[in-house]
Design a protein around this ligand. Structure first.
Ligand code: ZN
Length: 487
């Protein structure tokens, strides 16, 4: 469904890179002459017209515990691009612009009809509308992010009308909370096709119907039973499911994710990043279903082992400094925790993401990039690093090391003296390199700990006879970061 594709834009570089890996591992050849973009939308998006008399109203058929509640709608944003647009299904006889509390509906009571054109200034060809009701719930366990207290067994019923004519009535279920999403195929409304046409009506459905339809479409392709990638990790975020309602939650029905998995499988996906809890449970249980999805996993591991400077909240002068006094101890603790986490995952290979769009560690300091030029620890670190490279103060036109310092080459106010002086030019060059070095250096211990774990697994496998032993069975583990080409 489109929210999965859209989510890819919302989650940052990690997934984009994962998609790129997918591309590299599949059959795309960059040597091909044909470099046309292949993922362009094939919907002739703007030629459709949403008639003013196309309306929708909604009621709750069930909610537990039963309580009166406003029924709200939203679309866009939250990883789907653009801003979130929100509204409420009005209570009959109450002005639509009254606050949501004024539109509280009891189970069984229909809302007033809402004209579809009033819900958006621009429509995507397949218009995904998310509906929420009841208690959103809240996080009850901060470590796992588990939520509780939300309404359950929610069933919405929708009625679409074209003028006075009722064109379709259908339900959408929210077993694990008051969120459901429906799909309105407005792209069908072209060339004289009206909302009462079967072409529009058959695709007007909840996301479960939409996801099932797509899975069937893919499973009916003549190559559907061909072999799928096994050597490469093809990772998907498998987003959209959540409990209750809140940011990024588009469905509370596991069946939707189940239908999505069928499509993902057809697309060659064999692993996940940040999937919902029940996916992880499925992987832990093992068995044939888990085997399909345990090729690899992307998970978060430790970030920078430094505090971030926050004006008024954390003014520690060592904040953001890669040579801060507590960095080694904190690194060891984070490495230990990260290693425990990744080794416990029930997959064959784990890619531990440290920092997405990593930038530089010193951006966490009070001075940001100017930090290197003023911090005594970093200046010393710079000199030691140059010594290890075999450089001498003389190379920089200095008589001793005290004359060799990182420069604030990022200062746009500077008249850039390093462009006119050979020694300063070399210092500027190494400052930029040092900035990369100190940032990557934050994860050297992690990388080495992962490498040792892999060595242990390799040795256990080589010893043979204990293929099922705990060390041989645990995943291969790798750490990585992603860096935008502009940082
Ligand atoms: Zn420093």
């Amino acid at each position: 469904m489109s929210y999965r594709n859209d989510k890819i834009r919302g989650v940052g570089l990690a997934t984009v890179l994962a998609s790129l890996l997918l591309c590299l591992s599949a059959t795309c050849s960059f040597a091909q002459q044909d470099r046309e973009q292949i993922d362009i939308p094939i919907l002739r998006s703007q030629s459709f017209r949403v008639p003013e008399n196309l309306t929708v109203c909604v009621r709750l058929k069930n909610i537990a515990p039963e309580e009166p509640t406003p029924i709200q709608w939203r679309h866009g944003g939250e990883g789907q691009g653009g801003e979130v647009v929100r509204g409420v299904f009005p209570k009959v006889g109450v002005p639509a612009d009254a606050p949501p509390e004024a539109h509280t509906l009891t189970v069984g009571r229909w809302s007033a009809p809402v004209s579809l054109v009033s819900m958006a200034k621009r429509f995507s060809g397949k218009f995904f509308l998310t509906i929420t009701a009841g208690n959103p719930g809240k996080t009850v366990d901060r470590t796992t992010g588990r939520r509780g207290g939300y309404s359950t067994d929610v069933v919405f019923e929708f009625e679409f009308r074209s003028g006075d004519e009722m064109i379709k009535k259908f339900t959408a279920k929210g077993p694990d909370g008051g969120t459901a999403t429906i799909v309105i195929p407005v792209y069908r409304l072209v060339e004289g096709v009206e909302p009462n046409s079967p072409r529009f009506i058959e695709e007007l459905t909840d996301v479960l119907g939409y996801a099932q339809r797509r899975a069937e479409g893919l499973e009916n392709l003549s190559w559907a039973s061909w072999p799928l990638p096994r050597k490469y990790d093809v990772i998907n975020n498998v987003g959209g499911y959540g409990t209750g309602y809140g940011y990024g939650i588009r469905t509370t029905d596991r069946a939707v994710t189940g239908a999505e998995l069928r499509s993902l499988r057809q697309l060659g996906v064999n692993g996940f990043r940040d999937g919902p809890d029940f996916i992880l449970e499925m992987l832990r249980e093992g068995g044939p279903e888990a085997e399909k999805w345990n090729r690899g996993m992307i998970t978060h591991v430790m970030g920078f082992p430094v505090d971030k400077y926050r004006a008024g909240r954390n003014e520690d002068p060592q904040a953001g400094c890669p040579f801060g006094e507590d960095v080694p101890a904190r690194t060891q603790q984070l490495v230990t925790e990260s290693l425990e986490d990744v080794l416990s995952l029930p997959v064959k290979e784990v890619w531990g993401l440290t920092v997405d769009e990593i930038g530089t560690v010193i951006d966490g300091s009070r001075e940001k990039k100017a930090h290197l030029s003023v911090c005594p620890r970093c200046i010393r670190g710079f000199q030691e690093w140059l010594k290890r490279k075999g450089l001498k103060p003389f190379d920089f036109g200095a008589s001793d090391w005290s004359g060799v310092r990182p420069l604030n080459v990022w200062d746009s106010e500077s008249d850039r003296p390093w462009l006119r002086d050979r020694g300063l030019a070399l210092a500027a060059y190494y400052t930029l390199d040092f900035n990369n070095h100190i940032t990557a250096m934050m994860f050297t211990d992690l990388k080495e700990a992962f490498a040792r774990a892999n060595e242990g697994k390799r040795a256990a496998i080589a010893r043979g006879g204990d293929q099922d032993g705990p060390e041989a069975r645990r995943p291969w583990v790798y750490s990585y970061a992603l860096r935008g080409n502009t940082s």
